[in-house]
Design a protein around this ligand. Structure first.
Ligand code: HEM
Length: 245
């Protein structure tokens, strides 16, 4: 029998490193990157604990004056300020080392394009927003989805065996997974986990830019709206047991 361990941290750090590899070209668990690791943990915990409040504050920012929300709001603001400082320093560092003839990674490519096209937006702020968006949107979602998939696979050993068999047959123990790998069963398992455990059940808030009519419903201009993604994924009209994997 193996030793017990907490999987969450490994999943969160490894998924964030996929994103970090694309964006800042660093790994959060490398020596000297403690600030990145702290930020990743802060983002993950923030999503978990205060995800609902983020949405509430987007739609009704005045809620921040309620005593019970004030502290959370303060924490969110502090987290944002720390994140901004961290990403600003990472951008500065890459800008100093930038070789425009050989851009390496997302920040370099952005800086080169910005130089070429000189758009009107503020370079550092826009880049920082992209970096933070990608990390925040990609890390918690991916690691939580993986955790749920593992929970379902533990509960369903036969499915787990089939997943194993397909991976062994198509990719192999030493092989590298590719996006175009022919693994229909594995894909179906992932899709089913997405469906049952609809992460971000209301999606992200959107606002109409003009008066809009959708399926007969009138949505006025500048109206913030959400999608009921969970209602689509777990529709009892089309599925006999929508909450069951
Ligand atoms: C299992 C993993 C993921 C899940 C479950 C997930 C889920 C979602 C959901 C529900 C939305 C809202 C869609 C909407 O309301 O229109 C969204 C938006 C978004 N996701 Fe993901 N996501 C995942 C992975 C990622 C990754 C890896 C990235 C980055 C590479 C990413 C970047 C984004 C961005 C940038 C948006 C906002 C798009 C926009 O404003 O149009 N997501 N995601």
């Amino acid at each position: 029998m193996g030793k017990r361990f907490v999987l969450e941290e490994y999943l969160a750090h490894s998924t964030s490193n996929v994103m970090n590899g694309i964006t800042i070209q660093q790994r959060c668990n490398d020596k000297g990157n403690e600030a990145i690791m702290t930020y990743v943990d802060h983002v993950i915990q923030g999503f978990r604990k205060d995800g609902f409040l983020y949405i509430l504050l987007t739609v009704a920012p005045w809620c921040r004056f309620f005593p019970s929300v004030r502290n959370v709001y303060k924490n969110i603001q502090e987290g944002i300020a720390k994140g901004n400082a961290l990403f600003d320093s990472l951008i500065d560092q890459r800008e100093k080392e930038l070789d425009t003839n050989r851009p390496n990674g997302f920040i370099d490519s952005f800086l080169v394009e910005h130089k070429k096209n000189s758009p009107s937006f503020e370079k550092k702020e826009q880049l920082r927003i992209f970096l933070k968006d990608l990390l925040a949107a990609g890390t918690e979602t991916s690691s939580s989805t993986l955790r749920w998939i593992l929970v379902y696979l533990i509960k369903e050993p036969k499915v787990q065996q089939k997943v194993h068999d397909e991976i062994d047959r198509v990719i192999g123990r030493e092989g590298l997974a590719r996006l175009d790998a022919d693994v229909p069963y594995v894909r179906a398992v992932i899709q089913e986990a997405y469906r049952v455990q609809t992460l971000g059940p209301l999606g992200v808030p959107r606002q109409t830019t003009t008066d809009t009519t959708l399926f007969g419903y009138h949505i006025p201009k500048k109206h913030t709206n959400f999608k009921q993604l969970m209602a689509c994924a777990q529709r009892s009209k089309t599925l006999a047991q929508p909450r069951k994997v």
